[in-house]
Design a protein around this ligand. Sequence first.
Ligand SMILES: [Fe+2]
Length: 306
Amino acid sequence: MDLTRTATRTLGAGAALGAGLAAYAAAEARAYTLREVEVPVLPSGHDALRVLHLSDIHMTPGQRAKQAWLRDLADLRPDLVIDTGDNLAHQRAVAPVVGALAGLLEVPGVFVLGSNDYFAPTLRNPLRYLLPDDGRRNTSSPHLPWRDLRRAFEDAGWLDLTNGYGTLDVGGTRIAFAGVDDPHLRYDDLSSVSGPADPHADVRLAVAHAPYLRVLDQFAADGYDAVVAGHTHGGQVCVPGIGALTTNCDLEPARVKGLHRHPADSAPGDPGSSWLHVSAGLGTSPYVRFRVACRPEATLVTLTPR
Ligand SMILES: [Fe+2]
C-alpha cells in the first residue's frame, strides 16, 4: 500500500469537507428567514395585532442582500415594529440601517439598543460560540454612532425604551411598554422601570436586548404579558438534532430562541409569569460570518385574544 498517497488523499478529503462546511455555514448566515408565531395576550374582542420583531441586524455598509431583504419586510405591513438592538457593526452603518428600515419606520415602533450598537466589533475567537460566557465584554473598542441611529428612530416616532416606559395606541389597542438598556453590559437599570405594569393598558410588553434572568424575573413579576428580546443569535452555531450550545447569557439553551414561558415551567395565567419571545436575529459579528443549523430571522409575532 502506498501510505503517502493514502495520507494525501485523506488530507485532501478533509480539506474538501472543511471547505464544504465553511461554505455551508457562510450561506446559512445569509439565509434570511421570516418566522411566524402567535401570542395570546390581548383582551377578548380585540383585533389581532401583527408585530414585526427585528434584532441583531449587525449591519455593515456592503451587506446589500440583507438590506434588500429588510426593505421587503415593509410589504408585510405590520401594525408595530419592535427592534431589540445590535443594529450596527460598522462606523458607517447608520445610513444603511435607516435606509433598509425606511418603510418600517413609517409604522409605530419601539426599540432598545444592544452592546454592538455602542461599540465597534472586534476580532474574537470563533470558538467562543461553542463555549459558555467567559464574562469578558467589549467596551474598549471605538464607539459606534448609536446616537445618530437613536435620533433617526426617534425622528420617525419610534419609542426609545432604554431604561424607560411608554404607551402606544396601535389599532385601537393600548400597549404599555417598559424596557432596559443592554443587560449584557449590565447597563440595565431595573429600579427605574420596576413596579406593577400599567393596569389600564390592554396589553403590557417589556423589551430588552439580552434576556438575562434577572430582567425576565422582574418583568414577569411586575405583570408584563410578554418580554421580547434578542442577543442570543439562537446559539449561532447549533448541533442538528440537539440545538444551541450557548445563549451568550444566563438563559438556558432550551429557550435560546422562539416563544416560551417565563418561568419556563409556568402556564398562562400563573401569577408572576409571562410569555418570552427571543429572536435568533438577522446578523453575526462581521468577523464571524457563519451560522450552523440556525438561520438568521425576523419574526412576525401576531398578538391574539387570550
Ligand atoms: Fe447580536
